[in-house]
Design a protein around this ligand. Structure first.
Ligand code: UD1
Ligand code: UDP
Length: 355
């Protein structure tokens, strides 16, 4: 079986790490990197640290308007697919690279397998929501991380080819947690455990709106404690453009590699984020999470009380942090995102479909 994997953004490298390794035990895989993310700390570091095979094709598309970026990826991925003639195109998540890979494959009648299918925020203002809905409807195999994702697809009439596999991000975390802990023996961790809060901000709805970004920064300034903020380049640029200054209790650092990130997560008293992946990782490390968005696709952690949705209003963010500090944490539910074997289940389903 020959699989072409199309990826391009930070979380996709992390998702691909465990699956690529499992897939290559028995099958041929070629990786197409669209170049959506290109800084060393947003791309290469993950390939090096997680042992992901070097991309066979690097399309070098880079940062652009959504239409131009997706269109250029579509043209270039199509050329690769015409040359390689794979049995499957594998795409991850909900970025513009995901949609371009799926569209290119669908035009050539190559079956698509979508990892992290069925997630919905029901907010069509988010570029990610458009990308994931379209990709799901183009896919032959839809690999769902959660029961909720399976349910969401059923509501749209998608039941064929839907497989509940668990989450490859949990596979990655379980697999690399030990290596990350070994790093602790070196100088991989700069902050003592539970002495800080960890924050990430990059979602367009927060960064492209100065009021929302200002609200988040104001909340940070009102939280008692040091906040470590590995800063996404998008947010760095917009903070400068809006002339928003960073409060003294916030330590801004460059984006970090995955092993350092998971250690920062594990050691945090609490996590503040608008990232999808970081919400799940907070839960897997049993660290409470405040999600600075109006809705989330990862509803399970909110439902069981480990994650609070606040939007970007300073008051709500500060109150959510205070509530976690005052109350004891709810019971922890094991295997919410699978048992760390999602990659094996995905490869088995691909093989089964080929028979
Ligand atoms: C993209 C995804 C988002 C995902 C995120 C993961 C889409 C629509 N969005 O958002 O779903 O959560 O990746 O991190 O696909 N930049 C750099 N260097 C880089 C990459 C980006 O400086 O290596 C800067 C550029 O100014 C660029 C901006 O960040 O314009 C945004 O990058 P882009 O890939 O368009 O979107 P993300 O916000 O990263
Ligand atoms: N991450 C990382 N370094 C950082 C910030 C995030 O390795 O400085 C990891 C994080 O642990 C998670 C993934 O990147 O595995 C999440 O990606 P991101 O927040 O960029 O995108 P999203 O999940 O929101 O699409």
């Amino acid at each position: 079986m020959k699989v072409i994997t199309v990826l391009g953004a930070r979380p996709q490298f992390i998702k691909a790490a465990p699956l690529s390794e499992t897939l290559r035990k028995k099958h041929e895989e070629k990786i197409v990197h669209t170049g959506q993310h290109y800084d060393y700390q947003m791309s290469d570091v993950f390939f090096e640290e997680l042992g992901i095979p070097k991309p066979d094709y690097f399309l070098g598309v880079g940062s652009k308007q959504h239409g131009a970026q997706t269109g250029e990826m579509l043209t270039k991925v199509e050329e690769v697919l015409l040359e390689e003639k794979p049995d499957w195109v594998l795409v991850y998540g909900d970025t513009n690279s995901t949609l371009a890979g799926a569209l290119a494959a669908s035009k050539l009648h190559i079956p698509i397998a979508h990892v992290e299918a069925g997630l919905r925020s029901y907010n069509r203002q988010m570029p990610e929501e458009i990308n994931r809905v379209l990709t799901d409807h183009l896919s032959t195999l839809l690999f769902c991380p959660t029961d909720q994702a399976v349910h969401n697809l059923a509501l749209e009439g998608l039941t064929k080819g839907v497989v509940r596999t668990g989450d490859v991000m949990a596979d990655a975390l379980y697999f690399h947690a030990r290596r990350a802990s070994e790093l602790r023996k070196g100088d991989g961790l700069r902050y003592p455990e539970k002495s800080y809060l960890l924050a990430t901000v990059h979602r367009a709805e927060n960064t492209d709106n100065p009021q929302r970004l200002q609200g988040i920064v104001e909340a940070f300034s009102r939280i008692d404690g040091q906040i470590v903020l590995p800063l996404h380049p998008r947010t760095k640029k917009l903070l400068q453009d809006y002339k928003i200054s960073i409060p003294g209790n916030v330590q801004v650092i460059d984006p970090v590699g995955y092993l350092e990130m998971v250690l920062l997560e594990k050691g945090a008293e609490l996590i503040l984020t608008d990232s999808g992946g970081v919400q799940k990782e907070a839960y897997l490390w049993q660290v409470p999470c405040v999600t600075m968005r109006d809705e989330t696709e990862w509803v399970e952690t909110v439902q069981i009380g480990w994650n609070t949705l606040t939007g970007a209003a300073a008051e709500k963010i500060v109150s959510a942090v205070a509530a976690y500090r005052q109350n004891s944490l709810p019971p922890y539910q094991e295997n919410l995102y699978g048992n760390g074997r999602a990659s094996e289940e995905i490869v088995a389903a691909l093989e089964e479909q080929r028979r």
